[in-house]
Design a protein around this ligand. Structure first.
Ligand code: ZN
Length: 439
């Protein structure tokens, strides 16, 4: 009996084994994937610091008439809770500041209720505000990490610079950035046919793939009238974050002073020591400033790097700011509607220090720009404005070493001669040259 049982057991085992083998071999030969389906775990997706897989994600944009309360109410949150959220987050975020057209995201519970747990508002492509009411109610602002991708572009001018960039499928902003670099060197209204350029620049991306604009130009080459102009961006002061473009022999491409502190509509009154004004009985009232007429609210920019030595509202000057640039030069900006710089601030050329207004003695909106040289007011348009500082001797070796590989890289960018547009776009996909990095 015992033996038979063992034999039977053995037979059973054999049968089972054979059966298993059949199954295994079947599985091996089976071309249909039904037996071998493995469960594919959904990829984990993170955004705004949340694992989106844990939620039902609803995205929309703020529409006309929308308010924070209405959006939440539409999504089954009752008034008392909305009130509670608004109260407890009011110090971190003003919910009345939601702007029409800006995107928002609701993270909702991953069940049939789909209860909102989090409201995320994006005022810009990179900035977002999280109002979290999942457990405790709290709000905070954050910024999406930006990926910087290095790109190259080249072109040959046929008629104008914007067209040359457009033909390459490149943003006209890149053309503007380039013309800013060469503003003092090349007259972009007098370009010649066959002038050429090469650029190494960086683009910004959010969430790895969403284009967020041009970051900056790292290096540029422009050939105008057969002459070569190189420009390399270099940081000369890491504490103040001063960056400039320099030539291959370390000369600054910028002038120390901007021509004007505003984008002006017209110069309404020039520096004039013999000005007579009817209002004052036609007596001579010298005008030692230059008046740039511009709309109220137009940003007023520091024309050069310097330290703010006065920022006040006083008499005929109204709201004004005065900047000392060095022992020789100071500038002053009058009649502002609002000041945006205080005494002691270090400002860079182009920084906004206030806005055009009509404070003090003025009959229309303008900025009165006063320019001091060695303690005397002079006409800035009659000055041979100094070049901005060259690279110091101590930094020059570092600069030349930094520039060397960039110059080689620039020189190796091939010029693409425009043949037909589609073809150019094909060749232009030079992403193999792209280097991705985060700052
Ligand atoms: Zn004036």
């Amino acid at each position: 009996m015992e033996q038979t049982r063992i034999r039977r057991l053995g037979q059973k085992c054999l049968i089972l084994l054979a059966f298993a083998l059949v199954i295994i071999s079947c599985k091996k030969e089976d071309k249909t994937p039904i037996d071998t389906v493995s469960v594919i775990e959904p990829e984990e997706v993170y955004e705004f610091g949340f694992k989106l897989n844990d939620y039902i994600v609803k995205r929309d944009t703020i529409r006309k008439g929308d308010s924070f309360g209405e959006i939440l109410q539409r999504n089954q949150i009752d008034y008392s809770k909305i009130f509670q959220i608004a109260q407890q987050t009011k110090d971190s975020f003003d919910i009345t500041r939601l702007q029409i057209g800006k995107p928002y995201t609701l993270l909702c519970s991953n069940d049939s209720l789909q209860q909102p747990k989090c409201f995320i508002y994006q005022p810009t492509k990179t900035d977002y505000v999280v109002i979290n009411f999942q457990d405790s109610i709290h709000a905070y602002s954050s910024t999406k990490p930006i990926k910087f991708v290095e790109k190259e572009v080249s072109g040959v001018i046929e008629s104008n610079i914007s067209e040359a960039f457009a033909k390459q499928g490149k943003s006209v902003l890149l053309a503007y950035k380039m013309s800013d670099i060469y503003a003092w060197t090349i007259d972009f209204f007098r370009l010649q046919k066959n002038d050429k350029f090469r650029l190494i620049y960086t683009e910004k991306y959010i969430d790895d793939s969403i284009y967020a604009g041009i970051d900056n130009i790292k290096a540029a080459y422009f050939q105008h009238n057969g002459e070569d102009f190189y420009a390399f961006e270099f940081e000369t002061d890491t504490v103040r974050g001063l960056k400039d473009y320099f030539t291959e022999d370390a000369k600054n491409l910028r002038r120390a002073f901007l021509k004007a502190p505003v984008e002006y509509k017209r110069i309404s009154s020039r520096y004039n020591l013999n000005r007579r004004i009817a209002l004052y009985g036609n007596r001579v009232r010298p005008h030692k400033g230059t008046d740039f007429a511009a709309n109220i609210g137009t940003p007023i920019r520091a024309t050069a790097n310097g330290t703010v030595i006065e920022s006040a509202k006083r008499g005929g000057n109204g709201n004004y700011v005065k900047i000392k640039h060095n022992s020789t030069y100071s500038t002053q900006y009058l009649h502002m509607s609002k000041r945006k710089a205080k005494v002691g601030d270090f400002v860079k050329q182009g920084d906004v220090i206030g806005y055009v207004g009509m404070t003090g003695n003025t009959s229309g909106p303008h900025v009165c720009y006063r320019f001091w040289k060695n303690g005397k007011q002079v006409d800035p348009f009659k000055q041979k404005l100094p070049e901005a500082e060259a690279i110091s001797d101590s930094l020059k070796a570092k600069y030349l070493k930094f520039v060397k590989p960039l110059k080689t890289q620039l020189d190796e960018i091939e010029f693409i001669l425009p043949i037909d547009e589609n073809q150019i776009l094909d060749i232009q996909e030079t992403s193999k040259n792209s280097i991705t990095y985060t700052k």
